[in-house]
Design a binder for this molecule. Structure first.
Ligand SMILES: [Zn+2]
Length: 444
């Protein structure tokens, strides 16, 4: 079979892949098959996974593609990123959050209208897939038609996406709307988008009601947005306790709240459908409250280092029972790669131990794989559908070439933890060779 025929077989199921396979498991722990088999049925679900050469079903036996020595991993879940901000990724290092937003971000978001979204969103989804991300949870801009363009691009591309129109009724960048109208308009537009897109393509596209953060939203907007999410089953996403200046502003804006987390609690926002970005600077009370309400946290360590926002005590949150996934927070995070996020997270944990007296053990490479895949799906309440390579799940997976991460030719490893360690600490953009959602190869 020549390369073209091979590639054609990989475009859509059914097929069976022979490769190295590494995946976290729903039941805990990790499975590794040094010579493995991933069988994807015509329905886009994993029909079987295990050691080669166990018998495959008749459906896929004609469609075997040998990808050895490539490695298959579950598709990565980016739990927090900003679609309009991609063009400025990597710019503005050294600024604090609020200055950086003013200088590099709001001008970009202001211009992200339908036309710009039509041009940029398809490129953005290809870039996410090229980095190994098969599920992206995204903030858009404030314009309804711009969000339609983003959803349409995601629908056409094939990536899994949760997207929301940013809601702001303070410090806004859209002067065409009167102050007195912005709350009602923003709610109505969000509702329209939910009706059009939430659950589209059997749940591949989902909506997140997206008040930006407490600095740019009134108490009423926070409350009404949480009510809209609860009434429609959409997610509710925002930012929490990213930066010290931001926390000071929130204290002044919401003097009655016990702390920042309480601002969202009073709005009715906390719970298993809430995705809170960052959540770095929290008191024990806030940590306990997030755990108690089963609120999800999107940990964005590369962003936190880039903007010098702080170091999230991840091990402490996990010990408290908070469900945490990983996010790039592009463009505050400079890189779309979730492997880069894992690296930044691992260095942050090392820094907490060496410089800030953290005594809890650091996470191991396979823990980071779980955080970037299965735990991201769990944060979305969708771990029964994807996040690991297990029979019956939808076939969201990526193919990586670990050989490019070896320091010298011939110095490759076949140990699962070592393989993952190299992907995290010596990752390269070109190591991701393909990304599939429901067994369909994504454009990169
Ligand atoms: Zn963010």
């Amino acid at each position: 079979m020549n390369e073209r025929e091979t590639n054609a077989r990989l475009l859509a199921p059914p097929f069976t892949l022979r490769a190295r396979i590494l995946t976290p498991l729903d039941s805990g722990g990790t499975a590794y098959f040094a010579d493995g088999r991933l069988e994807v049925g015509v329905d886009g679900r994993i029909a079987s996974v295990g050691d080669w050469p166990l018998v495959t079903s008749r459906e896929t036996e004609q469609e075997v593609v040998d990808l050895r020595p490539m490695l298959l991993l579950p598709g990565l879940v980016d739990l927090h990123a900003h679609l309009p901000q991609l063009p400025n990724a990597g710019l503005g290092a050294g600024l604090d959050l609020l200055t950086w937003l003013d200088r590099y971000i709001f001008p970009l978001e202001r211009g992200f209208d339908e036309g710009v979204a039509n041009a940029l969103a398809p490129q953005a989804f290809r870039a996410f897939a090229a980095a190994g991300t098969t599920t992206a949870v995204l903030y858009g801009a404030v314009y309804e038609s711009s969000l339609d363009a983003c959803f349409a691009a995601a629908e056409a591309h094939g990536i899994r996406a949760v997207i929301g129109k940013v809601m702001m009724d303070r410090l806004r960048y859209d002067p065409s709307v009167e102050d007195s109208e912005v709350l009602d308009l923003s709610l109505r537009q969000s509702q329209n988008l939910i009706e059009r897109w939430h659950g589209r393509d059997d749940g591949r596209l989902l909506y997140a009601v997206t008040p930006r953060f407490a600095v740019s939203c009134s108490a009423e907007m926070l409350r009404e947005s949480a009510a809209l999410a609860a009434a429609t089953g959409a997610y509710w996403q925002t930012h929490l306790a990213e930066d010290r200046h931001e926390i000071d502003e929130v204290r002044e804006l919401f003097p009655d709240a016990i702390d920042y987390t309480d601002v969202y609690d009073r709005a009715g926002g906390l719970g298993p459908r809430a995705l809170l970005g960052h959540a770095i600077h929290l008191s024990q009370r806030e940590i306990d409250r997030l755990a108690e309400t089963k609120t999800r946290v999107a940990h964005c360590p590369s962003s936190n280092l880039f903007l010098a926002s702080g170091a999230m005590p991840l091990a402490r949150y996990l010990e408290a029972g908070i469900c945490v996934g990983l996010g790039t927070d592009v463009a505050a995070g400079p890189d779309l790669s979730m492997f880069s996020v894992m690296r930044a997270g691992a260095y942050t944990q090392s820094g907490l131990r060496t410089m800030l007296s953290e005594t809890r053990p650091v996470l191991a490479p396979l823990d980071w794989l779980r955080l970037g895949s299965l735990d991201g799906a769990r944060a979305l309440g969708l771990d029964d559908r994807f996040g690991s390579l297990e029979r019956g799940k939808e076939a969201d997976f990526i193919c990586v070439d670990p050989s490019v991460t070896a320091p010298l030719p011939g110095q490759e490893t076949d140990d699962p933890a070592d393989l993952m360690s190299r992907l995290i600490y010596r990752g390269r953009p070109d190591m991701v060779r393909g990304a599939w959602v429901r067994g369909r190869l994504l454009d990169t």
